[in-house]
Write a protein that binds this ligand. Sequence first.
Ligand code: NAD
Length: 370
Amino acid sequence: MPANKSLLVLPGDGIGPEVMGQVRRVVDWMDKRRAVTFDLAEDLVGGAAIDAHGIPVTDATVEKAMNVDAVLLGAVGGPKWDNLDFSKKPERGLLRLRKDLQLYANLRPALCFEALVDASTLKPEIVSGLDIMIVRELTGGVYFGEPRGIETLPNGERRGVNTQVYTTSEIRRVAAVAFELARKRSGRVTSCEKANVMESGVLWREEVQRLHDESFQDVELSHMYADNAAMQLVRNPKQFDVIVTDNLFGDILSDEASMLTGSLGMLPSASLGDVDETGRRKAMYEPVHGSAPDIAGQGKANPIATVLSLAMALRYSFDLAEDADLVEAAVERVLAKGIRTADIQAPGSQVVSTGQMGDALLAELEAMAA
Ligand code: NAD
């Protein structure tokens, strides 16, 4: 069968190559057993690219990333490169990819697997069945707004300045991603800002509402102040389906929501950009966790966050919802059997290595496909 989906794999540093190794096994399995084949290329990013090329990502790698259906990244960074100048650090490779691909919508699901209900710090009845998607604007807002800086005033005092700034188009494009996602889910969007105290929040609310009224009336839209959303996320998180918010509030709300469900080793993410003239949307998928130098090379890393990132790529870049469902079901079934890596171990569970978790996932995929 001809390859029909192109995927650039960037394992990176630390546990990145270990977890990506398991993902490649899932990709190979799909090549053989499902109606999809992958044209897969692998390249260097982060410390691995610094060691090979002296920079955290080369122009050639960025060019490749621009021309594939999806990029799948492991993690970057580690103590070996900690003392490099900020502009040369491994993390710059990741930031350059996000910037050059103009990935403005960051998607972070908070999904509670039934077998891990007890891993949450909240009561089981609050998190059981939880399935939220946070859409954070990633390339604008107060992290990039000008003027910014620290200045010394005539009286000797110092003054720090950052500027929260959004334009109509920046708000509309990320809101459109949220509305489209809601259509594939429960059909509800909550937009969060601080329109009670910030003009940029007033604009955000007006533009999201206008886009809704123009093009997404089938989706249920509500507005909520971001501080109230932070409170509601721990009080009654299941009231939410899709949350869309700006860069700053999204940074905070997505960390809060993801931790409702337990371990870092379980959390995938996606960053999406614009759809080009061929209908392809720029996209990069990666686990939320870093390179975990404390456990790198020991076979202890949980590969599930990266496997679930592949599932997101199947769903959002490749439009293969059934295959994404299959991968997520394999994770659910492995966890239900009590098979766990050390980070998610529970009393009575069987603690396995990274490779053994991969074995268990493949066995479940095979069992379901049989
Ligand atoms: P981290 O996410 O790497 O690790 C935090 C803790 O969680 C560690 O104890 C680690 O062992 C554990 N952990 C993380 N992923 C795990 C997994 N899959 N399975 C089991 N346990 C897991 O964060 P950190 O320690 O703050 O950062 C380490 C390095 O990673 C730094 O160089 C940092 O800059 C980099 N980093 C990279 C990214 C990225 O590539 N997107 C994100 C965050 C941090």
